[in-house]
Design a protein around this ligand. Structure first.
Ligand code: PRP
Length: 173
């Protein structure tokens, strides 16, 4: 891959913020069990850290979607590639995303899960990029709000690469 990357959010900043989000989630739900629904692939590192930051009873489930198809801009088409293996009826569900950009993915997933009867349905995203929003979405837990730049790392990819960076970086072609 040609192009350059520069750190936008350091590993230390991410770890500190994830710890805060975990504590905030546990405080909100008291002793009740919480189900994290991670949206693959991008959220795999965020959910791995977030689940360890929430004490007590926590489930982790996975949903697969694809919307970017390897490029740097959204196609607006949300494709479900993996559904949940268990029902979420009466559970406190938190959808876990790496980034909310146009909002199309999370909007689709919230509407899809709402009809399955969760007790609560919240959205946690590591990154919020509000400049590109095409549909209004409610974000309950936001790690960082970022400018309209293409970011990679900590789960986010460009052509399936860079997901392994332990920090978030801006990619410049
Ligand atoms: C990314 C990201 C979100 C979505 C956000 O997924 O993980 O799911 O795009 O964009 P939106 O708000 O414009 O809908 P992507 O399709 O890149 O798949 P990946 O997570 O497997 O990399």
């Amino acid at each position: 891959m040609t192009g350059s990357i520069r750190t936008l959010i350091s590993q230390e900043q991410i770890q500190a913020r994830v710890a805060e989000l975990g504590a905030q989630i546990r405080a909100e739900f008291g002793e009740e069990p919480v189900t994290l629904v991670a949206v693959l692939k991008g959220s795999f590192l965020f959910v791995a850290d977030l689940v360890r930051a929430i004490p007590g009873e926590v489930r982790v489930e996975f949903l697969g979607v694809a919307s970017y198809h390897g490029g740097t801009s959204s196609t607006g088409v949300v494709q479900l590639t993996l559904d949940l293996r268990h029902g979420i009826e009466d559970q406190n569900v938190i959808l876990v995303e790496d980034i909310v950009d146009t909002g199309l993915t999370i909007d689709y997933l919230v509407r899809m899960l709402k009809v399955r009867g969760p007790r609560a349905l919240r959205v946690a995203t590591l990154l919020d990029k509000p400049d590109n929003r095409e549909v209004e979405v409610e974000l309950d837990y936001v790690g960082f709000t970022i400018p309209d730049e293409f970011v990679v790392g900590y789960g986010l990819d460009l052509g399936e690469l860079y997901r392994n960076l332990p920090y978030v970086a801006v990619y410049a072609p």
